[in-house]
Design a protein around this ligand. Structure first.
Ligand code: URA
Length: 240
């Protein structure tokens, strides 16, 4: 059992105080009956919640796949710039949502947004060995030496160490398209790895988290909830 005001606040944009006022005002029903006590308890496994006479599907946590456009910040909130959480439709918005792992402002593709901190940690921790896959357009061709250096693990001049990563050329061109898979999510990691190899990332898109591919029916800026199977697939075979 959990406090009703906490449940309402977790499932909506209302604060705990606002939720208590809604309860006092008679705007909240549980199992078809108006509840007016702000101290009421709620069983998320059994009870049915309605707010303003509309049923609320109570979900402990949300797991959302967003196809991020360029120009959007990977953050929950920002005073000046639109964030990935700002792109969510009102039906999916909750104040506790955050992006699990950051993409640079100019990077596009798969962002996972959740309010389940434990889940996010398990997906992001390098110990879990969940590869994040990106497609990068490079300024110059990539030679075998550079591929071998990435596979061995690059150390930058400032001492930053990157774990071994996987790289393959998908389109052999003057400015090749490469697929690169990393387990960490260090600051500007892929851009800095290629810069250390005298190359440059012109554009970057995250296509997969683990074995899960960004839904190609989602236009940039669109999102949807993960299915239970997709969520389970992300947690399968974790090393930690
Ligand atoms: N590596 C980068 O350099 N940028 C990203 O957005 C993600 C990985």
């Amino acid at each position: 059992m959990e406090r009703l005001d906490k449940i309402i606040s977790a499932q909506s944009t209302f604060s705990r105080k606002e939720a208590r006022n809604l309860i006092r005002d008679g705007s909240v029903s549980v199992n078809g009956k108006v509840v007016e006590s702000p101290d009421a308890m709620f069983n998320p496994d059994k009870d049915k919640l309605s707010l303003f006479d509309r049923p609320v599907r109570v979900r402990r946590f949300l797991y959302i796949m967003l196809n991020k456009p360029a120009g959007i910040l990977s953050a929950a909130k920002d005073a000046c710039t639109k964030t990935v959480v700002d792109l969510l439709p009102p039906s999916l918005y909750r104040r506790s949502l955050f992006p699990a792992g950051r993409l640079d402002k100019d990077t596009t593709g798969f962002v996972l947004i959740t309010d389940d901190g434990d889940f996010a940690h398990r997906i992001l921790s390098p110990k879990s060995k969940v590869y994040k896959t990106y497609e990068a357009r490079l300024k110059r061709p990539l030679d075998e030496g550079a591929c071998a250096a990435i596979a061995d693990g690059i150390t930058l001049a400032d001492g930053t160490e990157y774990m071994p990563a996987r790289v393959e050329v998908i389109k052999e061109q003057a400015q090749p398209l490469v697929r690169i898979q990393i387990m960490e999510g260090k600051y500007h990691q892929i851009k800095r790895m290629f810069a250390a190899l005298d190359n440059e990332v012109i554009s970057l898109k995250r296509t997969h988290i683990g074995g899960l591919k960004v839904d190609e029916t989602l236009c940039e800026g669109e999102c949807r909830e993960l299915t239970a199977e997709e969520r389970a697939s992300l947690l399968k075979n974790l090393s930690a």
